[in-house]
Design a protein around this ligand. Sequence first.
Ligand code: NA7
Length: 573
Amino acid sequence: MLTTPAPLPSAQRRTRVTDYDAVIAGAAFAGLRVLYELRDRLGLSVKAFEAGSDVGGTWYWNRYPGARTDTESWAYCMFFDKEFYEQWEWSERYPPQPEVLAHLKRVAERHDLYKNIEFNTRVEAATWDEANGIWTITTDHGVEVTARYFIAATGLLSIPLEPPFPGLSSFKGECYLTARWPHHAVTFEGKRVAVIGTGASGVQIAPVIAHTAERLFLFQRTANYVLPARNVPLDEEWRKELMHKRDEIYAMSCKQLWGFPMEDSTTRFADCETDEERRFVLDRAWEAGGFRFLFQGFVDMWVDEEAARFTQEFVHDKIRKLVKDPETAELLCPRDHRLGAKRPPLGHHYYEMFNRENVTLVDIKANAIEAITPGGLRLAGGEEYELDMIVLATGFDGMVGPLISMDVRGCEGETLRDRLTAAADTYLGIAIDGFPNMFTMTGPKCPGGNIPTTVDIIADLVGKAITHMSGHGYDVIEAQPEALQQYVAQCRRMVEPAVLWKDGVNVRSWLIGANVPGRQPAPLFWFGGMELYTGLIRQVIDHGFEGFAFRSPAKVYGRLDGPPLEARGNVVG
Ligand code: NA7
């Protein structure tokens, strides 16, 4: 494992120039997968930089109690290593954070990926040199390296939004961001705890806190549709059955709308003649647990007004049955948006939690948090809450944030920051015109849902594109602007008729970037389903990388016609 010296004051910084074929920013699912692709399958020299002290990304930082996947374990994994897939033993239907982290570490160990990763090191900048066809990548330690390819594997949800509450630093108690949960143990016993936010993070952590805290105040601005996860341990028989179905599970994931190995429903709302039949369809999906409710209910629920309304009332009825206090139940019923406008969290006895004596739901929709005070929190209406701890589960600058957190400069000095804040657009989620030889592993408009499936497909395409370049003697690959625009238009066309777009803007859905102050909402994902996307990728590859342009700059530095510079010990002081 390589280590980085402590940063020097800028005046004393020594610049160490090394050359790699590819530099990767990030070492989680995407970074590890693409590192394997480029180093082991293509034989390139690759360097990865990772801000954390170990692999994992989201699963490294979001180590809050209760954190676990919302995807079933048998699909939330590294598919590329079949032998490993068949050996790894998941304990539950939805594995907890430490298990996902262990899975990623084991993959990195098995393939000796650690030796190519420099930890505690953040990529700060990347600058394209058109004349020489190279990227210069600068880290927060002041180290500069050059590479032909720059791969941003910086994740979707790695940049938390700055909590907007005045007075936060004055708070005298403990304060934690779920997205930056500390490594030391945190106890809730006997404490008065506030959780702010009812997205997936708040919904996961709250029931765990409720278990031991003296009091839990859950501050809710927008009521969410919390679907029952129906988590269970995997018994030996089930596990064995799944372990041998890797190919089948992967193939199913590559077909399903959101990349999950499940059958999509073909039942239309109008197919059912009576409300009883409709309730039967939804009940079956509700009991199946997790995202099955989204995909195994009505196929037209996302676009049919009546289906969406019926589904909304169905969930309201469930909430009223689960939550004993009628006033709390009504507050928990989402009324300002239909299911599908926000990413629904999965609940692990979430609604049942409100039946505990020590839990209070605080509605802040019309009575916002005005300030954090030294002793707690104050609402605009003047109500004060005395607190020992505040947990902030207030969301992320999804997709765009991780990319614009680096100062990336492409052709003619154009910055990725300007480009993506103006329009969160890429070609296939992978490439952007004006930023040659750069690939984004989960760029805006990549397929959403099960990210391990997405990054597997994208890593494969990146590998094939680079192989294609070597075979044809090309030095530079770049998305064609027309192809990007066509792809973006297709993404928009698919979203505009959907509940996500119609209701999502008003309720600040992060899936369309509507939660980031000052940002113009836009679809952040390809919502056309995995089958269409994989078909598109096949077409791109079969047609000689349709939508990409290839060229050779006047002079190319570090051609791949000898051992990589690093192997030759070419370190320039
Ligand atoms: P989310 O889903 O973006 O949820 C953030 C929550 O924080 C949401 O309930 C927000 O309310 C709330 N929030 C944000 N700002 C405020 C302010 N100023 N006042 C009150 N409440 C606020 O983030 P998560 O981390 O839970 O989940 C993100 C993804 O991680 C998830 O979808 C999975 O893919 C994994 P709002 O709804 O905007 O009213």
